[in-house]
Design a protein around this ligand. Sequence first.
Ligand code: SAT
Ligand code: MN
Length: 584
Amino acid sequence: MSIPKHPAVSEWVSEVERLTEPSSVHWCDGSDAESEKLTSQMVDAGTLIKLNPKKYPSSYLHRSSPTDVSRTEHLTFVCCANKEDAGPNNNWMSPAEAKEKVGRLFRGAMRGRTLYVIPYLMGPAGSPHSKAGVEITDSPYVVANMRIMTRMGRAAAEAIDAGGSFCRGLHSLGDLSPDRRYILHFPEEETIWSVGSGYGGNALLGKKCFALRIASWLARQEGWLAEHMLILGLEDPSGEVTYMAAAFPSACGKTNLAMLAPPLESRGYKVWTVGDDIAWMRPGPDGRLWAVNPESGFFGVAPGTNLKTNPNAMRTVQKNSIFTNVGLTPDGCPWWEGMDDPMPAGTLDWQGRTISGNGDAQAAHPNARYTAPIRQCPSLSPRWDDPQGVPISAILFGGRRARVAPLVYQSRSWPHGVYVGASMASETTAAATGKVGVTRVDPMAMLPFCGYNMGDYFAHWLSVGARLSNPPKIFHVNWFRRDSDGNFLWPGFGKNVRVLSWILGRVKGKAKACETPIGWVPDPKDFNADGLDLSPGAVDALLAVRRNEWSADLPIQEEFFKKFGDRFPADLRDEHRALASRLA
Ligand code: SAT
Ligand code: MN
């Protein structure tokens, strides 16, 4: 059966029906026939525009409401009984207040609309890592995206019926007004309420809401990690594959790294994609950390993606994909800034307007997205769906930083690595509403996604490490360092394989490194920069550890850590002090 029979599901659906008063109810089975029917209804309603079937078969464009284009962190809340448990990293509302205030917005919200019930599974079928959810939504666009991003249908129904436990996600578009928009998490009830937005991270409740915020809460109780990380396998010239997980904030290149196509001069290395956004990782009986990708699709940033920066993504989105807020060419193809060919005349912008000739008009919104099935990725790892997951040998933390952080360095130990993750900083991007380019501390790239007090989260990281006899080595990378004229020092993209291969060398105990106050950095003399066409002195500048810059960063970290009071682990305070004294 493709639809769960467990009474807990039908009872909850009835309850939501009484609250939201839809005109009809549709239980999604995830079938092709269902998808075709829903899609053609959306085309008729104008929610989707069919793209050129020769160039982009079975693919569609969706234009969102202009004020609903990214995550809204200020409208996102954790609603647990005790405010301290949500921590200073989350907005908090008491569960009673939240239900009263936002319950009102759900009352009658689905009048004249269809209520869709989406049973879904996060993670491979039959995996001890996996968890089930049910999302109720009045948005067929959400159904179409969830069908790509999660496992809908039989695997989900079986998991729900077998266990009877599932994450409840209630979503309504409401009136799409930011004034009546709330993304609420009730971790103690494994429940999500989202109203007033149709945007990915706010509305595809399996993704950030369940797989990160609720899952991180569960993971702490159950002894595992739910992380904002890509997972890749790096195959070396001998054919051996080593798995790495990497955390970068939204729109900082996780998808590009996960699908990295090494250039010819790196012959012999190959990257296999396991996931591009979320990793669920747990200690295995062998003392290693094992990871699965809970998702089954990509919700990637379109602008800047092209055959040079990410050829695998370009091939992945060639069919069965949904494009949101990109431009539309006169021959019915998606177009965004940074695509390989120049914008064809007559292209419409992301709101369907003709583009004026003055040259600064944007065709795509900077946070325009594609939703595409992972199975279409040419670099897809044969183990992406392995119920056991893959063993992680290296964890990378990375920010977008013009200064301070070198291209790559290795932490001194697991606790020091946790400190490196906890203190990482990055410049903000268009993935969230607000100012772009502001540097903020974003620990493990989880600041918007950790569903509980980050002081406890850091302690949990330390305790997971203590349970691993063979923990991954922890690194920090920064592709975004600039020279004094503001130019990027590092070419990035495919060339990042140079950094991955140094990391692999460290994992295998083969690559040389220099000890610095912040950790182990490649020796500029033996860092392979041949053929990269870097400016003179770039390697030294990329790898430099400038004590004055680092010392200036310490008070910023300290101020951030202070917010967590007693919940901030003493071991990390010690790491902070030790770094300060190494820098002095
Ligand atoms: O949150 S989304 O899934 O919409 C994308 C992101 O910001 O990482
Ligand atoms: Mn993300």
